[in-house]
Design a protein around this ligand. Structure first.
Ligand code: IVH
Length: 664
């Protein structure tokens, strides 16, 4: 018979640890369902043993996201959490309870998607946005205004509003943005984020808003905290209507249901639609609609009795972990990848999954040959959740990261302050190979005929180690490579030579400065005359560039400070590569020298298309509105940039006016 006191105290400590990882570090170690199981078990034990003081139990309060580095701010009205369930029976039981409480009433519920993001409270005073606060411990949260201001869709001001209004909702990251950031991290050999929620939670707590701006966040508002005077709404559904009229980004779909059975039908419908939503959803929230009834139903210490969250099970399956393969990124980071027996999950075949780093493999004790539980939700990268120990082969051995590194002949070591293994020497052939592949890739110098296999041979045969070596390759040398004949050798050399004329941003991206991706490379080109000017810039000057934050500024400065890198630049210069900015110099074209800022979604053009059209006509784009902006190109759901452009008197164009301008 297990000792309940011991089990309770063990569970409390374990849950407190997971709360800290989820709320403060944005790096949960277990998934929601496993966490909810621990909490349910603890609540059961506590109910059966009321003698163990409840006051300090994590079942009695909401998690706490507050961090030292932020100012705390007290919510005018507490931000509560929700009770949740994975079972339709429990949902129906929630409805039955309310029916017993209100036997005379026909109950209507509002069914909303549950957004998998980070709770936020926005305060408006006299219609002006003044502050954004995280949920914190429900009573007091962190002031995250500077980061939330990077979210365009949040209005700076609203009209016909009450004197004081707290608007509540969820900050999230779109699937596309998540994929893009992770893709860039993969290319840079940096560890991947497990899902958009963790990335959004980490971003909202960045100390540098310029870094936050690099990671596009979004927000959906669905609730109200304080409202003074308080006669604006009479039901939950009213909130939706008002928020929309005030111009807040709101849920694209919700349901008013008569009775709990109909609410369940709506949840089923939501489950079929949610893959198409821009935001990640992990369930539905069912709320009793009329405020009068909500007040009567009341609250527990941490959640309303008039609402419940129904959570969807993520899509999971068991499969065999065939091997753990080690991959090397352009900066030499060695990242582990799970190679799986292919399995069907969330509509796609999954054969690889992210393993993040050595610590994660140790924590989960993953071993090649194990049967593992894999999860994939939406477009999220598949993850390995756990090992099924019952199916572990008798002869299996723990995975020794260091030994695998050695077996592959890699000269790498683990940075003691990080979980990352990195190839030690820049002269390591594999690191050289990755760096050259990146340099030649489409997103950089776009060199035809210079694929992985060719780069591999060039490095192996000692014909090229750095990008500069490519430009001195001779036809005789290229002819030594497998499958090369005269014509193909000529083509390769011509393609390499043609790349000398690439734009400066392509070169900046190609030389592989840590943290500098395509957009940052473009931002640098737009603000400096030449590569030399960037190399000579101080950290402050770099940081003054829109879109460049302090970490990136440091990284750029350190890169140009390194003598090997300086030698590389000199060699590239000597080879005749273009090191001058063309973005400032383009004197021709209908939009020569004009700076555009884009906001909202245009009826026909995508952002990329509009940007290409602007650039083709000699103009350029910038990410924020300032006095230097010539035009704002605004579409549907334009946010604070619109108001700012109006304030500064900057001409605002819709798509039709933009096309007209190009025609002139
Ligand atoms: S209502 C007092 N509605 O889920 C009730 N919450 O697990 C306040 N969430 O803390 C919450 N989508 O951060 C509500 N449509 C929605 C939601 C939602 C996501 C979050 C919210 C809440 C958590 C509870």
């Amino acid at each position: 018979m297990p000792d309940p006191e011991k089990e309770i105290s063990k569970l409390r400590a374990e849950i407190a640890q997971h709360d800290r990882l989820y709320y403060k570090a944005a790096q949960p170690m277990i998934d929601d369902q496993a966490y909810d199981r621990l909490k349910t078990r603890l609540a059961e034990l506590e109910a059966a043993h009321p003698e163990f003081d409840l006051e300090a139990s994590p079942t009695q309060f909401v998690g706490d996201d507050r961090l030292e580095a932020f100012e705390s701010y007290r919510h005018r009205k507490p931000m509560l959490s929700l009770d949740n369930t994975y079972s339709s029976e429990e949902l129906i039981e929630f409805g039955r309870r309310l029916e017993r409480l209100f036997p005379e009433q026909k109950l209507t519920y509002l069914v909303e998607p549950k957004i998998d993001g980070v709770a936020v409270s926005l305060t408006y005073e006299d219609g002006q946005f003044v502050r954004a606060v995280s949920r914190g411990n429900g009573i007091e949260g962190d002031d995250i205004t500077r980061n939330v201001r990077t979210i365009e869709a949040i209005p700076d001001s609203i009209t016909d509003a009450p004197a004081v209004l707290e608007v509540r909702g969820e900050v999230y990251m779109r699937h596309e943005a998540f994929e893009k950031i992770n893709h860039a991290r993969e290319q840079a050999g940096e560890p991947l984020y497990a899902n958009p929620r963790n990335l959004a939670a980490g971003t909202i707590k960045l100390l540098d808003p310029a870094e936050a701006r690099q990671r596009p966040l979004n927000c959906i508002l669905y609730g109200i905290g304080a409202c003074e005077p308080g006669n604006y709404f009479s039901a939950q559904s009213d909130i939706q209507t008002h928020l929309k009229a005030w111009g807040f980004p709101v849920l694209e779909k919700y349901w008013l249901a008569d009775g709990i059975a109909q609410a369940w039908k709506s949840i089923e419908e939501l489950d079929t639609l949610r893959q198409g939503f821009a935001y990640p959803t992990d369930g539905a929230v069912v709320k009793l609609d009329p405020f009068a009834l909500q007040e009567e139903a009341g609250y527990t210490s941490k959640a309303p009795r008039w609402a419940i969250a129904y959570k969807f099970e993520a899509e999971r399956a068991e499969t065999r972990l065939k091997e753990i393969s080690l991959q090397i990124g352009r900066t030499g980071a060695v990242t582990p990848v799970a190679i799986l027996e292919p399995v069907q999950l969330a509509g796609t075949i999954v054969s690889r999954a992210t393993l993040h780093n050595e610590d994660e493999i140790c924590r989960k004790d993953l071993r090649p040959g194990d049967t593992v539980l894999v999860q994939k939700a939406g477009e999220i990268i598949p993850q390995v959740l756990s090992v099924n120990l019952d199916k572990r082969p008798a002869d299996s051995q723990p995975f020794d990261f260091g030994e695998h590194i050695r077996a592959l002949g890699l000269d790498a070591s683990r940075d003691p302050s990080q979980a990352v293994w990195r190839i030690n020497s820049k002269d390591d052939p594999i690191r050289q190979q990755r760096a050259l592949q990146h340099f030649a890739s489409r997103a950089c110098m776009d060199i035809d005929h210079l694929g992985t296999a060719v780069v591999e041979q060039l490095v192996q045969r000692g014909l090229a180690k750095t990008p500069a070596d490519l430009y001195s390759l001779s036809e005789v040398e290229v002819l030594q490579l497998d499958k090369f004949a005269e014509k193909s050798a000529e083509n390769l050399i011509a393609a390499i030579a043609a790349s000398k004329q690439r734009e400066l941003w392509q070169l900046i991206h190609g030389i592989g400065i840590p943290h500098v991706g395509k957009q940052s490379a473009k931002d640098l080109e737009a603000n400096f005359d030449s590569l030399d000017a960037i190399a000579d810039a101080t950290e402050e000057q770099l940081e003054a560039v829109d879109g460049i934050g302090s970490i990136m500024a440091q990284s750029i400065h350190a890169w140009f400070d390194d003598s090997t890198n300086q030698a590389l630049i000199e060699q590239l210069k000597a080879c005749g590569l273009n090191l001058a900015s063309s973005r400032q110099a383009t004197a021709d074209g209908a939009l020569a020298g004009k700076v555009f800022v884009l906001t909202g979604s245009l009826p026909e053009l995508t952002r990329d298309e509009a940007t290409q059209m602007i650039e083709a006509a000699g103009g350029r784009t910038s990410s924020s509105v300032s006095k230097k902006t010539d035009y704002l190109l605004a579409g549907e759901a334009a946010g604070s940039k619109y108001a700012k452009a109006e304030k500064l008197g900057i001409p605002i164009l819709d798509e039709a006016a933009f096309r007209e301008l190009l025609r002139q």
